[in-house]
Design a protein around this ligand. Structure first.
Ligand code: ADP
Length: 675
């Protein structure tokens, strides 16, 4: 047994739209402000608009005549100035007035149709759509269901095709259309339009639409079997009605609430609610819903096998005054069921025939071509809107995809950069490692070379000394037998071997110095220098030279053997590189600062040209032929090496022809290694 039943509340929407009295103050203040503007208005069109607005503001008041008088005033002025839109709105307002005073339907229809015509000529789409909505309601009131649906469909079409902004009127058109379909039990279409009305209202926060149509939407869901969803929608409807004070929508919502309770088999609760609703409806004076609640009570009683009760409610139903046809249909249906359950089949059959007659009188012609075309067009618009929406989503997705792609590309570039950085670093590390290895090999090679130089010079010394000695022996023993040139040749051999010997000695000293590890000791300065000077005493005496020194009586830290060799080399050079016949004069100075000890060996010798002042520290670098100044070019290279081994620096200042000053330093922190 199908308990839930469907009804539409088209009539009451009309009532709500035009009759719901506003608090007197609220519409009064609107009217006052409009009248104020009207007094100041200089332009006729503006005046017409204001008059129409004032007229429309009275629709919710009890001064119905004001609607008419302001609308007429507007109409006359609009006609005089040929202001089409003004005429359209004025005619619509007059239509409202006639509805309010319950003029014959034809009269109401006439004004709305007239208004619609002017609105068409003025391209005033909003007024067109509003008239179509009102016409639909009037047709519904007259049970002309097909033409009512047609008007609503046309209204939706005008709205969709010409009006861009979302206004409450669109929600009303969709909701009324859904309601109309619901009245003729076309649940699928009813669902579609009510669903769209609700979605539209949710999207734009039109609470009055939600308040009016949520329950009807729930009703279609009940018909389609979605009770749970319907339940939550009914609760939501009641909440919103409470919130915005829409008492008129509460009653129809209660009908759905009771339907849901019946579905849940909560009969006691359903019964209680229905009885209470009947009470409330008698109090409010609106009797129509009483019929529905009584029909529900019959169903509930039958479900519980309370036949007597069901019959009692059926009797009550019969006694209700003339009601709208959709409700009459439901009442007859319920009555028939009660009688049938009571075994009064003839009576029941009669009621069913009456019910069918009501349905027929509701003037819905199946297969109405105009409706079908408009439905198809609506469907198409919906599809297009859906495609549009999908395209938008697509575009957003595409944008998102592009953004992601860009991000991915940037990420890839970063990864590539990081990859190359890492690869470069790995390469650099490899290179550094390679270089270190090469350096190590080079050092090993140098060490090997120095070793070789040392061994060579050391091992060559003895055979060379033999050559020198035997050359001298030979010179002495065979001198008488030799020709003068042959004796000269022997002298060359002797000189050459001496030079080689000298070279070997210096080379050996150089190599020895390199081989020997630095051994830092505490050295008492003046005493040490005195010893160095006395070790070269022969050379000093030979040149009749003067060596002076000014030294602080302090200790320094250095390798004794190396420092000795360093000072010897510098002093011997100072004595050696002198102009012929000049008495060499050499001064040794020493200064101390926080970081190092600095020494200066100053001579009055031949001096060195600036361009050679760096080069002379290179091994084998000499500036003079051996005939002028004998030597090997190893001494200063050894000096440099010794100073560097101590962590110091060596350099010189020289003026060619006047003398040279050789400087070297020894860092003081060397002292730490001995402490
Ligand atoms: P050597 O003294 O065996 O020639 P050194 O390495 O000691 O080798 O010196 C290199 C060169 O520097 C010398 O040949 C000389 O031309 C120049 N030189 C060194 N000391 C002095 C100095 N005190 N005055 C002028 N020239 C010098």
């Amino acid at each position: 047994m199908k308990i839930a039943f469907s009804y539409g509340k088209v009539l009451f929407v009309l009532v709500l739209l035009y009759s719901k009295p506003l608090a007197a103050q609220s519409y009064r203040s609107v009217v006052d402000s409009l009248q104020q503007q009207l007094r100041q208005a200089s332009n006729d069109s503006l005046k017409v608009d204001l008059l129409n607005q004032i007229s429309y503001s009275f629709r919710r008041s009890r001064s119905v005549d004001s609607i008419q008088s302001y609308a007429h005033w507007a109409l006359l002025l609009a006609q005089k100035t040929n202001y089409l839109k003004g005429q359209a709105v004025a005619l619509k307002n007059i239509g409202i007035y006639h509805y309010k005073i319950t003029s014959p339907t034809d009269t109401i229809r006439y004004y709305y149709e007239q208004s619609r015509l002017f609105a068409e000529r003025a391209n005033d789409y909003y007024t067109q759509a509003a008239c179509l909505n009102n016409l639909g309601l009037i047709e519904s009131f007259s049970n002309e269901t097909s033409s009512s649906i047609l008007y609503f469909l046309k209204g939706v079409k005008v709205y969709d095709e010409h009006i861009d902004d979302a206004q409450i009127l669109k929600g009303l058109l969709l909701g009324n259309l859904g309601s109309a379909y619901k009245n003729i039990d076309d649940q699928v279409r009813a669902y579609r339009y009510l669903h769209n009305a609700i979605e539209f209202a949710r999207q734009h926060h039109f609470k009055p639409i939600l308040s009016q149509y949520l329950d009807e939407y729930a009703g279609t869901l009940i018909q389609l079997g979605f009770y749970e969803r319907a339940d939550s929608l009914v609760e939501e409807a009641l909440r919103i009605q409470q919130e915005i004070g829409d008492q008129l929508s509460v009653e129809p919502t209660m009908v759905e609430k009771i339907n849901i309770l019946v579905w849940k088999k909560e009969y006691k609760k359903a019964q209680k609610l229905a009885l209470q609703a009947i009470n409330d409806s008698s109090a409010s004076g609106i009797q129509n819903y009483r019929v529905l609640f009584l029909a529900q009570l019959i169903h509930i009683a039958l479900e519980q096998n309370q036949l007597k009760k069901a019959m009692q409610y059926a009797q009550e139903l019969k006694a209700t005054p003339e009601i709208v046809r959709p409700f009459r249909k439901i009442a007859l249906d319920a009555e028939a069921k009660a009688y049938s359950a009571n075994g009064e089949y003839e009576k029941a059959w009669d009621l069913i025939r009456q019910r069918d007659a009501v349905i027929d009188s509701m003037q819905f012609i199946e297969g109405n071509i105009e409706i079908d075309v408009l439905e198809a067009e609506y469907q198409e618009r919906e599809n297009l809107a859906e495609i549009d929406q999908l395209n938008q989503i697509n575009a957003i997705e595409k944008d998102r995809f592009n953004t992601l792609m860009i991000a991915a590309i940037i990420l890839s570039i970063l990864l590539i950069i990081i990859f190359f950085q890492l690869r470069n670093r790995a390469r650099n590390e490899k290179l550094i490692k390679q270089k270190n290895e090469e350096q190590k090999k080079y050092i090993d090679y140098i060490l090997e070379l120095e070793n070789f130089a040392y061994i060579a010079s050391h091992d060559l010394k003895t055979p060379l000394r033999n050559i020198v000695s035997f050359t001298q022996v030979l010179k002495r023993s065979i001198k008488p037998r030799l020709k003068p040139e042959e004796f000269k040749y022997l002298n060359f051999i002797e000189k050459g071997t001496k030079e080689i010997s000298l070279l070997l000695e210096d080379l050996l000293a150089f190599a020895q110095n390199n081989k020997r590890q630095l051994k830092v000791e505490k050295i008492q300065l003046p005493h040490f220098v005195e010893q160095v000077i006395s070790s070269i005493d022969v050379a000093i005496k030979e040149k009749n030279a003067n060596i002076n020194f000014i030294l602080a009586d302090e200790f320094i830290h250095a390798d004794t053997v190396k420092l000795n060799q360093l000072l010897q080399n510098l002093l011997l050079n100072a004595l050696k590189f002198q102009p012929p016949h000049q008495i060499p004069s050499v001064d040794i100075f020493q200064t101390t600062n926080q970081r190092e000890w600095q020494f200066e060996i100053k001579d009055n010798g031949i001096g060195i040209e600036p361009e050679y002042q760096e080069k002379i520290f290179k091994i084998f670098k000499r500036l003079h032929p051996r005939e002028t100044y004998e030597g090997t070019g190893i001494g200063l290279a050894t000096c440099k090496k010794i100073v560097e081994q101590h962590g110091g620096r060596i350099w010189l200042n020289s003026t060619p022809g006047l003398g040279s000053s050789f400087f070297f330093t020894i860092p003081r922190d060397l002292a730490l290694t001995t402490q």
